[in-house]
Design a binder for this molecule. Structure first.
Ligand SMILES: NC(=O)c1ccc[n+]([C@@H]2O[C@H](COP(=O)([O-])OP(=O)(O)OC[C@H]3O[C@@H](n4cnc5c(N)ncnc54)[C@H](O)[C@@H]3O)[C@@H](O)[C@H]2O)c1
Length: 300
């Protein structure tokens, strides 16, 4: 089989100074993409800033014969997001690929979580993905080509103790991804999301130490690279990935219960098993499709 290449493509990878983003940037550059390596360069909680991490990754890419440019801006501000995309336009003349990866953690049990801890995490993950995608969007539309990957998390899809802020942002990215996929469809813009597991500074005290060398970031990047390749036709999908395993995650609806008469509380109680039935599941492509069973009931 032929090697997947990205020659002629320009990629923006946010939060690419460390961890997963760094690996995505290295891999895309090694396969011919011109890469904007964005990183604010703060610590795991988002405190501080440094141009060093992004520049180090750019130096590494160049040493390996690739093309890249560093950007130290903050994804969470409109000016920062615009500057990140402008870096791509100034250096390489366009943008084709956006990998929204930048992230921070401010874990705290919900009882003790401050508004600042909630807002700051939403700002980087959710608002940052919105802002950077938004800055790139007119260019992707105009050229009739775009590939976006948003970085969700199993913690968002399934919940995780101490991460009310983070899981809210990460599930928000699933809705964001599905809507971008629909709005981008006629412009050949594909948007997908990943829910990774990898050993990075973000997770080194959260994941079992025994798995450190089995959960390398290089086990996540191949999915990201595939999703941003020209040949990928998938859009609006979510995949979990890590440690050599990849699976698609579905938002699905059970068969449900419906009746023509006005529902009473007792009707809900008496039909609880049917309401909660998990088989057969239906995966809808958009909210119009999801309305289908209801419309059918209303019109039958
Ligand atoms: N590692 C995992 O198991 C795991 C699991 C689920 C989701 N994720 C997600 O993957 C992404 C990458 O995480 P990682 O594990 O590589 O962590 P990491 O801390 O190594 O990398 C995150 C990077 O984002 C940068 N960053 C933070 N705020 C920024 C901002 N405002 N603007 C620009 N850059 C900023 C940081 O400087 C850092 O280099 C995150 O979105 C994270 O939530 C990771």
């Amino acid at each position: 089989m032929s090697e997947l290449r990205y020659d002629g493509r320009v990629a923006v990878v946010t939060g690419a100074g460390h961890g997963l983003g760094r690996q995505h940037a290295l891999e895309l550059a090694a396969r011919g993409a011109k890469v904007v390596v964005n990183d604010l360069g703060g610590d795991r909680s988002g405190a501080g800033a440094s141009a060093g991490p992004a520049q180090e990754v750019v130096d590494e890419i160049k040493k390996n014969g690739g093309e890249a440019v560093a950007n130290p801006d903050n994804v969470a501000t409109p000016e920062g997001a615009q500057a990140i995309v402008k870096t791509a336009l100034d250096a390489f003349g366009k943008v084709d690929i956006v990998v929204n990866n930048a992230g921070i953690l401010r874990d705290r049990s919900f009882k003790n979580m401050s508004v600042e801890e909630f807002d700051s995490v939403i700002a980087v993950h959710l608002r940052g993905s919105f802002l950077v995608s938004s800055a790139a969007w007119p260019h992707l539309r105009e050229q009739g080509y775009g590939r976006i990957v948003n970085t969700s998390s199993p913690a968002g899809l399934f919940g995780n103790f101490g991460q009310a802020n983070y899981s809210t942002a990460k599930m928000g990215l699933v809705g964001f991804t599905k809507t971008l996929a629909q709005e981008g469809a006629k412009y050949n813009i594909k948007a997908n999301a990943i829910a990774p597991v990898a050993w990075t500074r973000m997770t080194e005290d959260l994941l079992p130490a025994d798995f450190a060398d089995k959960l390398g970031v290089e086990q996540v990047t191949p999915l990201v690279a595939y999703l941003v390749h020209d040949s990928n036709e998938d859009s609006g999908q979510v995949y979990t990935v890590g440690g050599g395993r990849i699976a698609k995650i579905f938002v699905a609806e059970g068969p449900g219960y419906g009746q023509k008469e006005t529902l009473s509380v007792e009707d809900v109680r008496d039909n609880w098993a049917a309401i909660g039935a998990a088989e057969p599941l239906t995966v809808f492509g958009n909210v119009g499709e999801q309305m289908g069973p209801l419309i059918q009931q209303l019109t039958s």
